[in-house]
Design a protein. Structure first.
Length: 340
């Protein structure tokens, strides 16, 4: 079967590898679509995602959808459309009973954080544990379901701010996670959701998804102290500074976008002067179930997917995915997915 493999920095190839076989408690999936995430881009272009260095061949990808190919237990029939919760949680912590995403010792599909690396989904077939399977709701196409994992990340980030009903929300960054954060804030009852970005093309995508206002950073004024919640999705230090300026007194800034693991200058003075809260958000717990329901009810969310490539064009797919003026979510489609 075909698998996209990253061997080192800017060393990507499609390899013919054996089809994995499911053991007891596992399910074999025919992969349809795999989204390219920021961590995948770092593994390819930098050879590392933060401190996690590619030291052996790595199949990337943790955003996927497809169909059950084989379940030895008979729980899931062949052909059942599914997505996958990509986390294998680590050892339980008594002080974090409701946050398995923070338990140490876990793993995530397509990650070099473990040795051996945890191989990902960008292959024609994939074996996962049965409890990682999520069956798609009636009427949810497999292509749209590839957004379940990043939408779950956005929902988790938005919920870290607390109750959003009636809130005025600003989303910083209109990349795929920012666009899905817009969707998440809308779904959680925000009264208004504005979006800011440096480029006009991502802002046009935000407008198509129903943003109340779009603001081009550096050109349009973002009002200070007016937003109840700011969801910072760009991962840029300058955007963190802007988020802290935009949030109201005793408002909340949620850092959804991943930041570099190195010192960067950020103006924290407003955090103190306004008694604002700066909150982190890491992956998600079980929000993927809510993400699937939301995707089933809103076909327009599929607009976040702007490009689709075949596995043998994966290098072009990665190049497109890092150009936010060109693309939203870029997916790699395996043959059966192209026919769905």
């Amino acid at each position: 079967m075909d698998a996209v493999v990253i061997a080192a920095r800017q060393d990507l190839s499609v390899r013919d590898v054996p089809v994995p076989q499911p053991a007891a408690g596992q399910v074999l999936i025919d992969v349809g679509y795999v989204g390219i995430c920021g961590s995948d881009l770092h593994y390819y272009f930098d050879g590392a995602n933060g401190a996690f260095v590619v030291r052996e061949p790595l199949v990337p990808g943790h955003e996927l959808s497809g169909w059950v190919a084989d379940d030895p237990s008979g729980t899931y029939a062949p052909g059942t459309p599914v997505t996958v919760h990509p986390a294998r949680f680590g050892g339980a912590r008594e002080d974090l009973p409701d946050a398995p995403n923070l338990w140490p010792g876990g793993s995530y599909l397509g990650s070099a954080s473990t040795t051996p690396h945890t191989q990902g989904a960008m292959s024609a077939s994939l074996v996962v544990e049965r409890d990682m399977i999520r069956v798609l709701p009636e009427g949810l196409p497999v292509r749209r379901a590839v957004l379940a994992e990043p939408l779950a990340v956005a929902l988790h980030g938005a919920r870290r701010a607390g109750d959003l009903r009636g809130a005025r929300v600003l989303v910083c960054g209109a990349g795929p996670i920012g666009l899905l954060a817009l969707v998440a804030a809308q779904a959680l009852g925000a009264d208004a959701v504005d979006v800011t970005d440096l480029l006009p093309q991502p802002l046009a995508r935000a407008t198509a998804l129903g943003a109340d206002r779009v603001l081009r950073a550096g050109e349009d004024r973002v009002d200070d102290e007016v937003y109840d919640v700011v969801l910072e999705c760009s991962g840029a230090a300058a955007a963190v500074t802007a988020a802290l300026a935009a949030v109201r007194r005793r408002g909340t800034v949620v850092q959804v976008g991943m930041l570099p693991a190195e010192p960067r200058p950020v103006n924290l003075a407003p955090l103190v002067a306004k008694e604002a809260m700066l909150v982190g958000a890491f992956r998600f717990v079980d929000e993927i179930d809510d993400a699937l329901a939301l995707l089933a009810g809103r076909p327009d969310i599929e607009r976040v997917v702007t490009h689709e490539f075949a596995p043998h064009d994966a290098v072009d797919a990665f190049e497109a995915a890092r150009r936010s003026e060109l693309s939203g979510k870029v997916v790699v489609a395996f043959p059966r997915g192209e026919d769905s």
